[in-house]
Ligand binder design. Structure first.
Ligand code: 7TS
Length: 407
């Protein structure tokens, strides 16, 4: 992968922060956008803007074609059998809420169990907590080892005949730990349960093949993979989506609404429109389509290899610094390009503010994963996370600053 050439595609990398060229290490929060994505959005609004699926005029037809071809490209990107298995949503959060509410409303009740892990982002915990209180099902939490890796035995032992759905992040947004979701999915299926994978931190960074991994549901966000905010995907197996009730009601998602005997009877639209109520984020989908094309051209195996190499380099170089503690597993084969750490004498927010003085963007806080921080006995952590445009010289600068602080 030609990283230097790729960097030229990102106008924001010319930004200076406090008079210093930006080093962007906050990619797990959101990624920067290449010219190709920005141009696709500008072109959409400049030349093709119309509402989708409802007009016969040229602009509406063009908007529909662009929207649907973004869906086709996204379906190919994750190797879905059909574009109808790709539902456009606002992001990972909405995708998980869609599954929780749709399933919760009609399929979950007393005696049923839902299983999540303690390493989940709040978006894969809170909707299940809300629904379990409304519907009376039991929510169970699978353990995580002290190094942030999943306790597979615990997770698997908690999948029972009562489990309706097991939910797990593919990659932790705090530690970068990669979970064997295929293994967990197999156990879930053997017990008649569904499996939801939170792919917010995996789909942008590695090849994710929903058929090979036999995924029932996969949720991910466009903005974490070079695309715009406000667009994301819920992938679902066709047979499962067909049985699921809609999440939101409105235009687009119905086939027919007919009034009689003082009520309206409603039939649902076909997939994926049954789950896309109202005017969708058309420009967002177009931008996501351009992002998917950009990543496909780079090759996801190259993207993954680049980040792995950079992480290895960073962890190696960080051994030279005595003032930081790295959290998460020592074994780098278990994780990808996210490095959580603590800086001696500084809170995580102070650490991020300090690096910002040097033009380096990192994240601080508990990264919407408080239970995992509780387990680590931490209030919060600082986090550097890499993407395709990050290079070793940026890591060198990061290490140099840490050494200066050591004095
Ligand atoms: N799941 C995981 C694993 C995430 O990392 C995030 C966002 C979400 C779900 C929610 O995604 P959204 O696009 O719907 O907001 N994670 C982070 C983060 O680590 N720092 O900022 C956002």
């Amino acid at each position: 992968m030609n990283t230097q050439a790729a960097r030229q595609d990102f106008p924001i990398l010319n930004r200076k922060i406090n008079g210093i060229p930006l080093i962007y290490f906050d990619n797990a929060a959101t990624t920067q956008k290449p010219r190709q994505v920005i141009d696709a959005i500008v072109d959409y609004y400049t030349n093709h803007n119309g509402n989708v699926h409802r007009g016969v005029h040229t602009l509406s037809t063009e908007a529909t074609d662009l929207y649907e071809s973004a869906r086709e490209d996204t379906a190919k990107f994750i190797n879905a059998k059909s574009p109808s298995e790709v539902v456009f949503v606002r992001g990972t959060t909405e995708a998980i809420n869609l599954v929780a509410y749709s399933l919760g409303c009609s399929n979950l009740g007393r005696g049923d169990e839902v299983l999540v892990s303690l390493m989940e982002h709040h978006s894969n915990i809170v909707p299940w907590e809300i629904l379990s209180k409304c519907k009376g099902f039991t929510l169970k939490y699978a353990k995580v080892h002290d190094d942030g890796t999943l306790d597979y035995e615990d997770f698997e032992s908690k999948i029972t005949a009562k489990t309706r759905i097991a939910c797990l992040s593919h990659v932790s947004n705090v530690t970068g730990v990669i979970n064997d979701v295929k293994r967990i999915g197999k156990v879930a299926h053997e017990n008649g349960a569904l499996m939801l994978v939170d792919g917010a931190q995996s789909v942008p960074h590695m090849r994710v093949d929903v058929q090979d991994l036999d995924m029932d549901f996969l949720a991910f966000s466009g903005h974490k993979m070079l695309g715009p905010t406000g667009i994301g995907v819920l992938y679902g197996k066709k047979a499962i989506l067909q049985k699921l009730s809609p999440f939101q009601g409105g235009g687009e998602m119905i086939k027919e609404v007919s009034y009689g005997q003082e009520r309206c009877s409603i039939t649902w639209n076909e997939l994926p429109y049954k789950f896309e109520a109202g005017t969708p984020n058309i420009a967002g989908a177009v931008g996501l389509g351009a992002a998917v094309k950009y990543l496909s051209d780079l090759g996801m195996d190259n993207v993954f290899a680049h980040e792995k190499e950079l992480t290895k380099y960073a962890v190696e170089r960080l051994k030279e610094c005595n003032n930081i503690t790295l959290y998460g597993p020592r074994d780098l084969s278990k994780k990808c390009g996210i490095i959580p750490f603590g800086l001696k004498g500084f809170s995580s927010h102070e650490t991020a503010a300090l690096f910002n003085e040097y033009g380096i963007a990192i994240r601080s806080g508990y990264h919407c994963a408080q239970p995992l921080h509780q387990l680590f006995k931490l209030e919060s952590s600082a986090r550097a996370s890499f993407y395709i445009y990050n290079i070793p010289s940026e890591v060198d600068r990061f290490v140099e600053i840490l050494k200066e602080l050591e004095g």
